[in-house]
Design a protein around this ligand. Structure first.
Ligand SMILES: NCc1[nH]cc(CCC(=O)O)c1CC(=O)O
Length: 244
């Protein structure tokens, strides 16, 4: 909390928690691929992903800072920059910044179709941004009622240089995953978010659902819908189950 401020300055600190963790992991496991989430909400005292003035998000000023944040992460050893902020134009700006600093091989996984969702609750609790958040994120994240907009958002991000695209949340948006994969044939990922994880875990803990079967069925659904990969809090357990 003490490190949060209006502009998310800590995001640009080369010795922030995330950069330290990235360097430590790369030293210990040089073969490990690292994905870094780029957005300001872990660092701002208002809990938004971007800068706020008079209750409005400042898109272009935020993009400048996100570029610096991406560069900071690339320097710490992050292999794939994953902007989760949903500002317009950030993929192109980040690509340009990375290239200018010789990070030409650093990839971009765009949170391209990201919905303003209730399913991020547990993540925001963990981050401490839920209590801080003034208003909501509906001016930059998408409305759950809209599916064509997802295709337009994905098209923008691909045109701006995204190497991979993501749909988020996952399970309530399987239709979007299928449309995105069919339309663009790009490496397509889903993020099975914290609320999906919490929902499944709560049911497992209550004895209502079978643990292994439910986890694997939930992940299989993403593959069926067209995903090339899934970001999930079940990753470790799923890897163990797949090895059996
Ligand atoms: N930009 C922040 C960000 N990056 C990942 C998540 C959610 C992840 C999850 O719920 O598991 C969020 C939350 C949000 O947009 O409020």
């Amino acid at each position: 909390m003490a490190l949060r401020d209006e502009k998310g300055t800590e995001a640009l600190n080369p010795d922030n928690l995330m950069c330290k963790a990235a360097r430590t992991l790369k030293n210990a496991f040089p073969q490990l691929g690292l994905i870094g989430d780029v957005a300001l909400d872990p660092y701002t005292n208002h809990g938004h992903d971007g800068l706020v003035q008079d209750g409005k998000i400042l898109n272009d000023d935020t993009v400048q800072i996100l570029c610096q944040q991406a560069l900071n992460q690339a320097r710490a050893g992050i292999d794939i920059i994953a902007p989760s902020d949903m500002m317009d134009g950030r993929v192109h700006a980040i690509r340009t910044m990375l290239d200018q600093h010789d990070f030409t091989e650093t990839r971009i996984m765009a949170y391209a179709a990201k919905y303003a969702s209730a399913f991020y609750g547990p993540f925001r609790d963990a981050l401490g941004s839920d209590a801080l958040l003034s208003g909501d994120k509906s001016t930059y994240q998408m409305s759950a009622s809209n599916s064509d907009e997802a295709l337009r958002e994905v098209a923008h991000d691909i045109a701006e240089g995204a190497d991979m695209v993501m749909v988020k949340p996952g399970m309530p948006y399987l239709d979007i995953i299928r449309r995105v994969r069919d339309e663009f044939s790009m490496p397509t990922f889903a993020y099975q978010v914290s609320g999906e994880y919490a929902m499944i875990m709560a049911a497992i803990q209550n004895g209502w659902l079978d643990r292994e079967k439910t986890i694997m069925e939930s992940l299989m659904a993403f593959k069926r819908a067209g995903c090339n990969g899934v970001l999930t809090y079940f990753a470790l357990e799923a890897a163990q189950l797949l090895r059996k």
